[in-house]
Structures are given as structure tokens and as C-alpha cells.
Design a protein around this ligand. Structure first.
Ligand code: ATP
Ligand code: MG
Length: 691
């Protein structure tokens, strides 16, 4: 009927590959908007899933939905995160190889929720034996524990992950989940001592105060009211209506018992959490000589009790510093400012290392030694590209991480895909894309990259400062095409680079970084005096976190930047050996509101998530491919008659829902099969649309 809306007009296409105007960003945005307004939050680009955060419960994650997607071929049902999970799982089972699912997007876009949905999907749909139920439960319950210690309310997200997380789910040869392993990346320790207006510290502090039993709080010397603690009250939003700390405490407490935490572990763990709160409340005063003193030692006494250290030694370590002269150690008093610095450094170090201990503890409960041969599906829930009004060392690290992951995508998808067509001798029009290796090199190259320059400034004897670091940058990389400093910044139409700033032209756009704090954060210095106190602590967890051997080792530990660079390079090694699936999460608006689609915000995300490039490559290429041997195995009955779409080493099938996508395919000869497919999908093929 003329004028009537077709289904396609109303709900858009479920795979961007099918868009007529596939090169147009506006058409992309329109399609996303149409679907979002119909509560269809998932859309494919080939096998990549684009997900828009609905900010409301849509009833699409029920057990019956899970069952619907189980074992069904990828394109047979509307796009869903379960299809991605199921596809990776079935490929892993049939090809006995390892997979990973990379979930990316900006803060609040729904990455963590997505990773939880995938984990739940496996927990419900995978085969299970009674003896392995505990492994499954531990996998599921590791989440609330890690979130309690690693997530916090920020302006962008009430449950923002303040660390990167990679989790392997291990399966036996029958596809039963048997164990797991978690790696965490760069927890935002600075949050322990400081939060911006409207933000909170890590959830666990509030959960303990709100939900902890009277007796427990009394034994830790804590009051219930978070406002009484300096480390919890700076953001002025200790209580947040969307967060139920009391209930979350219950969830976390019961999770602890499933993940093998003993009474002793918990006593030590909460001793540490309480000590951090007491530390924040230590007030220093200045005496006549300009040295720091602590007039009220109430907090010192509690910390000493909880951490098992001597109060006078702790007090001395917070107000003095040991300096090594040629043959002896000299103890110098600290100024008030340096004592505050020492106190905060201690709180950050204690929390940061306890978080690492927690991850290790969870890992030891997820280990399953009974299964030596395992295949894995890794889930990577990692911080997305960040551009704030003010960007510091953290944003620099996070954006560098995104550059590296973009490199992986380029290597695995854009570059590899095109190289493959060439190798296979298939006609192909090259797709232009920006290879960001040049930016990765600018940041990480040995001796020449920004991290190396920063490290040099950190270890250089003499007065290095954030400004001298910037000057070194200007000198060494000032002429790089993707780097700009205040010297080069022209006023024409662009925001000028200010004092103490440099700008990087990332693949996703330009970001201006303020160098203030770079040296301190990269050094992450804990005075030796305090380290000694912590190494001698009787608290069992701290004993494991601060080994005496560290005191004996006079070599400088690697800086934060270098550690992060190394951990990213190991992550890439882990990923490169596995088969990828990608989920790109999009945040529809800045107000956490359902049904609000902010065009400008989303356009920006489409750009930096590289969706248009991905679409162009997918559109030009073949959507579905299998290696010969796997194809053979699957289709051996009809193999003698099939020769469709083959190249030198692989079978390529342009329309995914064809041939062996239908179970009954095995019953037909090639000619029957092709006739059937053509008859059934004729209209769709003409419209270039899936069914
Ligand atoms: P961050 O980088 O800050 O950790 P994130 O990408 O992990 O952010 P999430 O914590 O997963 O973001 O999501 C933010 C909030 O959005 C969730 O707390 C939830 O309220 C909502 N949300 C996300 N995904 C969904 C979904 N699929 N259905 C309903 N609500 C969702
Ligand atoms: Mg998250």
C-alpha cells in the first residue's frame, strides 16, 4: 500500500551491512535511532554487535530468551547478546579453540552489564554436573565482590568500574564451565583519598558502614555515618538513591562464603578497609619548627590495632622520612604537606595492593586442577576512550589502552581481512582506514616514546617537575605529527593549548592532557619508612601484599606507566591467540534516562568506536567463513556435490543464512539445496536482506 510504513522503515535493518546508504553516518544513526525507539537495542555489523544502553529493564534477558538462542545459528534470530555468546561457545566446542569477547564503549555504555549477561547465559545454558555447580557459582559471585571493591559512583555511571577486567571462563571438552581466571588492570587508587563533587569512593566502604553488623563495626572502631569519614564525604553524595548499600552488603557477604573466604580472611580484609577510613581522619598540625605532628592519636591507635603495627612506629613513619646517607640512615621530620602526602600514599598503596590480593584470592578459588585440557572464552570489560574537560595521567593511560585495542582490531579485522582477500585472489576494492600504530609508537616506543620520557624524568637526579617533563616532550617529540604542545598550538579556530598541557591526536579524536600530577602518579611513591611499617604488619593480608624482600631489593620498582604498558602488551598476547567477537556499547544520553537518544553524543561514539570503518570492510567482504576442515566436518554428507563460493583455502558464503545454516541442509543435494535457498530467500536476496 502506498504511503504505508514497511517493517524495515519502522524498525530499521537488523544488520548495518544491509543499509543501502551504508557509507553514510547519518543513515547509520537513523537506523540506530529507529531501532532504539522500538526498544531494539541490538544491531549487527556482520558478526559485531552494537548495543545501545536502554537504561531500563526490557525483559529480554529471561531464561526463555536464553533457551531461544541456544544452539541456533547466528543470523536466524534478531540480534542479541546471547547470539554472540552462543556463537562463541558453539565455535569453541566444535573447533576446540579459544575465544574472546571484547566489550568496549565509554563509561556508562553498558559494558559491565553486557559481560554479566554473557556470564549468566553460560551459567544457565551450558551443560552442568553437580560437582561443578560450585565452580559456576564462584564464577558468578566473583562479580559482586569485585564490583564492591573496584566500582564506584561517578558522574557518568552509578556503578562505574574503576579498573579494567579480563576474565577467562574455562570449559572442559564437553563444554561444561569448570573454572576461570581474572586479570585486573590499573585500579583507580586516587579515588580512595579523593572524589570529585557528586562522586563516591569505592562501594565497599559504604556497604560496610551501612550493612555491617553492630558488633563488626564496633570491633573495627567505626561509626555508621559515612559523613564522619573524610575519605567518604568529599563528593557530598555518600547516600545515593539508586544504590542500596545495605542489600549489596548482604549479596557481597554471602558471595564471600561461596568464594572460599575464611573468617580470618574477612577479619583481616575489613581490618584493612577500616584502617583506610581511620587513616583519612588523621589530622596533622604544624609545630614551631614547621614539622608535622598528630595531636589526636585516636585514629593511630585503631590503625595499629587493626593492622598489627606498633602505634609509635606508625606515627613516626607518618611524620618522618628516612633518608639514606652514605653509611647511615638519617630520620628527618616531614612538613605538614608531606605528611598528608605520606598518609594518602599509604591509603592508596594499602587499598591498591589489597585489591590485587582480592583478585588473586578469587582466582585461587576459580582454579580447577582436575581439568588440564581446557578451552576458554575470555571476556574483556575495559574502560573506553575518555575525553573530559580536564584530562590527566589516568586518561592518558586509558586512551593509550584504547589505542592498543584499536590496533588489535585493525590487525585482526581491517588489515587481516583485506590481506586475506588478496591472498585468496578474490576481487576486492581496498578500504581506507587510519592505522593508529604511529600513535601507539609515539606513546610506547623504547627511549623515544612519551612513557619512556616520563620515566626518565621520574628517575633523573635533580629537580624534575611536571613542567620539566613537558619541556622534555617538546624537545623530543614536539615535531611528531600527532603531538602538539603549547609552542606549536595555533589559535585558528581551535582551543589553545594552555600552560602545562600537551595534545595527542588519537585515532578517536584530539585530547588535551594536563601534565600536572604526571610525575607523582607515575612514580606512585610510598616512603620507605611506611613500607617498612607495612612489611612488618601482623595483618595476614598485608603481610602477603608487602613482602620483606621488597625492602631488601634496592632497585626501583617499574613506574606505573611502564607497568601498565607491560600489562597491556601481555593482554594483547593473550587476545591475539584467540578468536575474536566484538561488542560495541553505546551510551544514548548523559542523563542515564531511558528513551532519550542524543544524536550528537552518539555520532561521536560511532566515530571513535570505528563503526563506519568496520561496516565498510564488512559490507565489502564476505560475512561468513569457515576453514575447509571445519566446513568439511560439518557438511561431509553433501561435500561431494558442493563447490559454491570457494577460494583457494576457504569456503566463503556471502549470505550467512544459507547452506549449512539450516539443519535440514544435510538432507539435500547441492542442486536441491540451492533451489530451496533461492526459493525461500529470493525476495530477501534481491533486497539484500536477511530473513
Ligand atoms: P563503566 O565504564 O563506567 O564501568 P559500563 O560501560 O560498564 O561503564 P554499566 O555499568 O554496564 O556501564 O552500565 C551502566 C548502567 O546502565 C547500569 O547500571 C544499568 O543501570 C544500565 N544498563 C546498562 N546496560 C543495560 C541493559 N542491557 N539493560 C538495562 N539497563 C542497562
Ligand atoms: Mg563497567
Amino acid at each position: 500500500m502506498e504511503g504505508a510504513l514497511t517493517a524495515r522503515d519502522k524498525v530499521g535493518v537488523q544488520d548495518f551491512v544491509l543499509l543501502d546508504a551504508y557509507t553514510s553516518e547519518s543513515a547509520f544513526l537513523d537506523n540506530l535511532r529507529k531501532r532504539f525507539s522500538e526498544n531494539l537495542i541490538y544491531t549487527y555489523i556482520g558478526t559485531l554487535l552494537v548495543s545501545v544502553n536502554p537504561y531500563q529493564e526490557l525483559g529480554i534477558y529471561t531464561v526463555s530468551q536464553m533457551e531461544l538462542y541456544q544452539g541456533v545459528n547466528f543470523f536466524e534470530l534478531p540480534p542479541h547478546i546471547y547470539a554472540i555468546a552462543d556463537n562463541a561457545y558453539r565455535m569453541m566446542c566444535s573447533e576446540l579453540n579459544n575465544h574472546f569477547i571484547l566489550i568496549s564503549g565509554e563509561s556508562g555504555a553498558g559494558k559491565t552489564e553486557a559481560s554479566k549477561k554473557i556470564l549468566q547465559y553460560f551459567a544457565v545454558t551450558c551443560p552442568m554436573t553437580k560437582s561443578l555447580q560450585i565452580a559456576r557459582d564462584r564464577l558468578l559471585l566473583s562479580n559482586p565482590v569485585l564490583e564492591a571493591f573496584g566500582n564506584a559512583k561517578t558522574l557518568r555511571n552509578d556503578n562505574s568500574s574503576r579498573f579494567g577486567k579480563y576474565m577467562d571462563i574455562q570449559f572442559d571438552y564437553k563444554g561444561v564451565p569448570v573454572g576461570g581466571h581474572i586479570i585486573s588492570y590499573l585500579i583507580e587508587k586516587s579515588r580512595v583519598v579523593y572524589q570529585n563533587q557528586g562522586e563516591r569512593n569505592f562501594h565497599i566502604f559504604y556497604q560496610l558502614l551501612e550493612g555491617g553488623e553492630e558488633e563488626l563495626l564496633a570491633s573495627l572502631g567505626l561509626e555508621r555515618d559515612p559523613q564522619l569519614y573524610k575519605y567518604l564525604s568529599q563528593g557530598h553524595c555518600a547516600k545515593e538513591s539508586s544504590i542500596n548499600d545495605k542489600n549489596d552488603w548482604k549479596t557481597v557477604s554471602s558471595a564471600f562464603s561461596v568464594i572460599d573466604f575464611t573468617e580470618d580472611d574477612l577479619e583481616n580484609l575489613f581490618g584493612i578497609i577500616a584502617s583506610v577510613l581511620h587513616l583519612g581522619n588523621i589530622c596533622f598540625e604544624e609545630n614551631h619548627q614547621g614539622c608535622a605532628t598528630v595531636p589526636d592519636t585516636h585514629e593511630i591507635k585503631w590503625i595499629s590495632k587493626l593492622l598489627g603495627v606498633h602505634p609509635s612506629i606508625l606515627l613516626e613513619a607518618l611524620t618522618h622520612r628516612k633518608i639514606e646517607a652514605k653509611t647511615e640512615e638519617v630520620i628527618c621530620p616531614l612538613t605538614l604537606e608531606l605528611s598528608v602526602y605520606a598518609r594518602d600514599a599509604m591509603a592508596k598503596a594499602v587499598y591498591g595492593r589489597t585489591f590485587t590480593w582480592l583478585v588473586n584470592k578469587i582466582n585461587s578459588s576459580l582454579v580447577n586442577k582436575d581439568f588440564t585440557k581446557k578451552t576458554v572464552i575470555g571476556l574483556l570489560d575495559i574502560y573506553g576512550f575518555e575525553v573530559f574537560d580536564k584530562n590527566g595521567f589516568e586518561q592518558f593511560c586509558i586512551n593509550y589502552c584504547n589505542e592498543k585495542l584499536q590496533q588489535l582490531l585493525i590487525e585482526r579485522t581491517l588489515k587481516a581481512e583485506q590481506a586475506e582477500y588478496e591472498m585468496e585472489g578474490i576481487e576486492w576494492e581496498p578500504i581506507q582506514y587510519f592505522n593508529n600504530k604511529i600513535i601507539c609508537d609515539l606513546v610506547e616506543e623504547r627511549h623515544k616514546g612519551i612513557i619512556s620520557i616520563l620515566d626518565e624524568e621520574c628517575i633523573r637526579p635533580g629537580p624534575a617537575t611536571d613542567l620539566s617533563f613537558l619541556e622534555k616532550l617538546e624537545e623530543k617529540v614536539g615535531k611528531h605529527a600527532h603531538f602538539q604542545t603549547r609552542k606549536l598550538a595555533g589559535p585558528k579556530g581551535r582551543k589553545r593549548i594552555g600552560w602545562m598541557e600537551f595534545r595527542l591526536c588519537h585515532y578517536a579524536g584530539e585530547v588535551t592532557y594536563c601534565t600536572k600530577g604526571f610525575l607523582e602518579k607515575n612514580n606512585d611513591l610510598l616512603y620507605r619508612h611506611l613500607k617498612e611499617v607495612l612489611c612488618r604488619s601482623k595483618n595476614r593480608i598485608l603481610k602477603e601484599c608487602f613482602l620483606v624482600a621488597e625492602l631488601e631489593n634496592r632497585r626501583r620498582p617499574p613506574t606505573v606507566g611502564t607497568q601498565f604498558k607491560n600489562s597491556l602488551s601481555s593482554l594483547l598476547e593473550i587476545l591475539i591467540s584467540k578468536e575474536p567477537s566484538y561488542i560495541r556499547c553505546i551510551k544514548p544520553n548523559d542523563r542515564k534516562e531511558p528513551s532519550k537518544f542524543d544524536d550528537l553524543l552518539i555520532r561521536h561514539q560511532i566515530k571513535y568506536l570505528g563503526l563506519m570503518e568496520h561496516l565498510r570492510v564488512r559490507r565489502a567482504g564476505f560475512a561468513y567463513r569457515r576453514k575447509y576442515e571445519h566446513f568439511l566436518q560439518r557438511t561431509k554428507l553433501i561435500m561431494t556435490t558442493i563447490s559454491l563460493f570457494t577460494s583457494r583455502t576457504k569456503i566463503f558464503i556471502r549470505f550467512p543464512r544459507t547452506l549449512f545454516a539450516t539443519e535440514d541442509a544435510f538432507e539435500f543435494s547441492k542442486h536441491q539445496l540451492v533451489a530451496r535457498i533461492q526459493a525461500k530467500y529470493k525476495a530477501c536476496l534481491e533486497r539484500r536482506e536477511y530473513v
